[in-house]
Each structure stands twice: as structure tokens, then as C-alpha cells.
Ligand binder design. Structure first.
Ligand SMILES: Nc1ncnc2c1ncn2[C@@H]1O[C@H](COP(=O)(O)OP(=O)(O)OP(=O)(O)O)[C@@H](O)[C@H]1O
Ligand SMILES: [Mg+2]
Length: 456
């Protein structure tokens, strides 16, 4: 397989500069996408990944800094090189301060551009390596790894920054898969305790008695099976952070014990009367509305008030649709190495289907969908057929407004929809679907192939 060409985006409003620069880079073996306007460049960035972005600073409808900001806001890994006019050193300084990798002054010398790109690619490789290592070490929880385009999510991150600097107890509420664990880790990673342990306990998975000993530890002989002293998670998290997930399911007796620890940071291991004291910041998470549980008498009111000092509410993904695109691209970056060949982006139609979907499983569901699509994708862009069948079923035939399609094509779109729905209704049973649609099975297979219907 020939080496993949390195994708480079070039933005310059001067058509002559744009053309000569693009041509030079093409000859040098780069995969060049030229853009003449800021809008074009931003659209390209939304569509596919670039290793290097080169942009003019002065543009008629804005500035290259807007593009630089866009790259940074989307958390893209592209290295940005600014093309600054001769003598505008302030622009260059500003660009570097804003996170550009380098700048090249105009008039552009080809050799200078080539060197700048080579340096950028080397640097990118180092960063990528660094990111991979950090991820392996479980250290990828810095705020720049959290996608946040939607204003609703921006408010969440502002809260994270504020609470990270304090020691208060934090309650994170949000549906399953909204990123509660991620946020808890980010708070820890950005706090003064970051070098101390982050200890996670999933309260929902352990029976009550075990959970108590898990949290507070036990002494030898405390119960049958307690063959030795065991340190609990509160102690393990000393000077660090303890993350209690799925707190709503804890039993009344445990709730009482928690209340005491959270008030005094003192407790006794199960079977011991020796009091221990710890210095722990506690973060709790729940996907239920605790105030409702309090009303129903299922959660202690005093404990609720004790933990509800700082409440971070993670909105479901369907309420922050602006995050869907950037998140999809974030997960694409995460999984692209798993693809047989390079998957560069997400097609416009596929992206629209993703944005329109309701995401009951939130970011986690999106992550799974993208991971699967990356593996299935046979092209450079993720297409509608790489998405799970439920997306295909939602795909309404698109009939462009104000334009008349050839009848054959328009009918074809409806035919596709009817077949997908038929397959869904029969649980993917081809024989039954063919029967109900009144066609024979071979015809159905042929039509499925023609319409790119893969599996239902
Ligand atoms: N804003 C985000 N930016 C980047 N990745 C995200 C974001 N939100 C969620 N994720 C990713 O989505 C996945 C699910 O998030 P996470 O496990 O934190 O959700 P959760 O709310 O803790 O879920 P559960 O209720 O099941 O415990 C993780 O891989 C996480 O890294
Ligand atoms: Mg979680």
C-alpha cells in the first residue's frame, strides 16, 4: 500500500498565492485542499482531518486567527502555520500566543514553507506519541480532552474549573453516558490533589455489606471471609479524590455512615472500634434525580443537603446538539488507528443523521457508533451505511426543495425507505420482507445491494 499522503489545508484569499502554494505542495507530495474563504476552510475542517493547516492572517471576511481559534476550539490535532504579511511581527507573535505552531512571512519562499511543514509534522508526531502515552497512563483527563462546543457544556466546564480549585464535595448529575466519570476525573486532574490517587467506587455493583467494607475497610475476623485486615477506599484515597458512582442506590445504613464521613472525615473499619481519619475530596455521581428520591423517602434528606453543595448537571446530548459533530470527530480521532485504511472524516449526510438522532445513551452511545463505523468504513469518509441500521430507518428520503429529481431517482429513494422499514419490521428476515413487499427474494437482494442496505 503506498504511504498515505499528508493532508494539508491552505487558506488564502489571493487566488494567485493560493494556486502557486497549492501546486508547490502537491508536487512535494502533499494532499492539498485549497480554500479561498474562511467559510470554505471551516467547512473543510468539519468534514475531514488535516495534519497541517496553513492560513493567511488578513482575510476580507475576518482573519486567519478565526480559523486558528476554530481549530483550537474543536480540539483538532492539526498544526497551524500562519502566513503573515511582511513586517507584521505583531501578527506572528499573536499567532504563536494563540497556539499556532509556526509562521511564515510573505512573500513566501517555497523552501521555508516546506521546512515549516516538516517541523510541524515532526512536532505532531511527538505530541501524538505523548498523548498516546498519557492515555495509557490514564492521564488524558485534562480539560482540553473534553469536547465542549455547546454553551450548555461550556457552563459545565466553567464549573469544573471553579470546583477543581476547592476541596468541596461535588455532586455530578446526568443521564448514563453523559460524561460524569470523565468530569470527575477532570476535576481531580485539575486539582491540587492531582498527584495523589483518584479512587473510584461503583456503589451500584456491590451488595451492601461488601460495599461498606469496600469503602471503610475491615479488620480480620469482622465477618466470615474477613481473613485479614483490609484497607478501605477512603483510606486508599487519602490526600486524593474518592469518586462514588451511582450513589442513589446506597442503603439507609450506608447513607448514614456516609453522612458521618462527609461531615467529619472520620470512620471505623467494619468490625473495629478504632476511628480513622482521612483527608479526602469526595465526588459523587448519580443518574437519578436525588431530590425526587428524597421526596419519596428513598434518600436521606440530610445526606442530600450535605452532598448537594456543588451540583454539576450534565445535560443529555440531545440538549446540546452542537456537541454532536465535535464529539463525533473526537471519537473518530480516538479510533481511526483501528481502521484498515485511513478514515479521514464523516460525510455530510452521515453527520446530519448523527446530529438529528436523540442519543438516549449519550456520548457513550456516540462513541460506540463511531468506533463501529470506523471499522466498517470502506471509504475515506464515514457514510450513512456505516451507521447502525436504526439510523438508516430514520433516514427520510430527501427530496431537494425547488428542484425536480428524475422520477426514477425520486422513487428510488422512497423504495429504499420502504425496504429498510420492511426489514426492520420483520427483524431483518429477508424472506418475510420480500413476501410482504410482494417481490421475490432475489429482487429484494438486488435492490438491497443497489440501495447500499447492508444489515438490519
Ligand atoms: N465532552 C466529552 N468529550 C470527550 N469525551 C467525552 C465527553 N463526554 C463523554 N465522553 C466520553 O464518552 C464516554 C462515556 O462517558 P462517561 O463514562 O464519563 O459517562 P458517565 O456519565 O460516567 O456514564 P455512566 O452513567 O454509565 O457511568 C467516555 O469514553 C468518555 O470519555
Ligand atoms: Mg460513569
Amino acid at each position: 500500500m503506498p504511504a498515505e499522503k499528508v493532508p494539508v489545508l491552505v487558506l488564502d484569499d489571493d487566488p494567485l498565492v493560493l494556486r502557486s502554494l497549492s501546486e508547490y505542495l502537491r508536487v512535494e507530495g502533499y494532499d492539498v485542499s485549497p480554500a479561498e474563504t474562511l467559510r470554505q476552510a471551516m467547512a473543510l475542517l468539519d468534514e475531514r482531518s488535516f495534519s497541517v493547516v496553513m492560513s493567511d492572517v488578513r482575510l476580507p471576511e475576518g482573519s486567519g486567527f478565526d480559523l486558528l481559534k476554530h481549530v483550537k476550539a474543536l480540539n483538532l490535532s492539526a498544526a497551524v502555520i500562519m502566513l503573515t504579511g511582511y513586517g507584521t511581527i505583531e501578527d506572528a507573535v499573536k499567532a504563536i500566543k494563540m497556539g499556532a505552531f509556526d509562521y511564515v512571512t510573505k512573500p513566501i519562499a517555497d523552501e521555508e514553507v516546506r521546512l515549516a511543514i516538516e517541523r510541524a509534522l515532526q512536532q505532531r508526531e511527538l505530541l501524538e506519541e505523548n498523548r498516546r502515552l498519557r492515555q495509557q497512563l490514564g492521564m488524558s483527563f485534562h480539560l482540553d480532552n473534553i469536547v465542549c462546543r455547546d454553551p450548555a457544556m461550556k457552563r459545565v466546564l466553567d464549573m469544573v474549573k471553579v470546583v477543581a480549585g476547592t476541596d468541596t464535595t461535588v455532586l455530578i448529575t446526568g443521564e448514563s453516558g453523559t460524561g460524569k466519570t470523565l468530569i470527575a476525573r477532570a476535576i481531580h486532574a485539575n486539582s491540587a490533589r492531582s498527584r495523589k490517587p483518584f479512587v473510584e467506587v461503583s456503589c451500584g455493583t456491590l451488595p451492601d455489606t461488601l460495599l461498606e467494607s469496600e469503602l471503610f475497610g475491615h479488620v480480620k475476623g469482622a465477618f466470615s471471609g474477613a481473613v485479614a485486615n483490609k484497607r478501605g477506599k477512603f483510606e486508599a484515597a487519602d490526600r486524593g479524590t474518592l469518586f462514588l458512582d451511582e450513589i442513589s442506590v446506597s442503603s439507609p445504613s450506608l447513607q448514614m455512615k456516609l453522612l458521618r464521613v462527609l461531615e467529619s472525615f472520620k470512620f471505623e473499619p467494619v468490625g473495629s472500634n478504632q476511628t480513622r481519619e482521612v483527608d479526602v475530596r469526595v465526588i459523587l455521581a448519580t443518574n437519578e434525580d436525588l431530590s425526587e428520591l428524597v421526596k419519596k423517602g428513598k434518600f436521606r434528606e440530610d445526606l442530600f443537603y450535605r452532598i448537594n453543595v456543588m451540583n454539576i448537571l450534565l445535560p443529555p446530548l440531545r440538549d446540546r446538539r452542537q456537541d454532536v459533530g465535535p464529539l463525533a470527530r473526537h471519537f473518530l480521532e480516538k479510533y481511526r488507528n483501528e481502521a484498515v485504511h485511513s478514515v479521514g472524516g464523516i460525510s455530510e449526510t452521515a453527520m446530519r443523521m448523527l446530529t438529528d438522532y436523540d442519543w438516549p445513551g449519550n456520548a457513550r452511545e456516540l462513541e460506540n457508533v463511531i468506533q463501529r463505523a470506523v471499522v466498517l468504513c470502506r471509504d475515506t469518509l464515514i457514510a450513512p451505511e456505516d451507521l447502525p441500521p436504526k439510523f438508516a430507518a430514520r433516514e427520510e428520503p430527501v427530496l431537494p426543495e425547488g428542484k425536480i429529481l428524475p422520477l426514477r431517482e425520486a422513487l428510488g429513494r422512497w423504495e429504499r425507505k420502504l425496504i429498510v422499514e420492511g426489514l426492520k419490521a420483520t427483524g431483518g428476515n429477508r424472506k418475510e420482507t420480500a413476501k410482504q413487499l410482494g417481490i421475490n427474494r432475489t429482487t429484494l437482494y438486488n435492490k438491497m445491494r443497489d440501495h447500499h442496505i447492508t444489515e438490519i
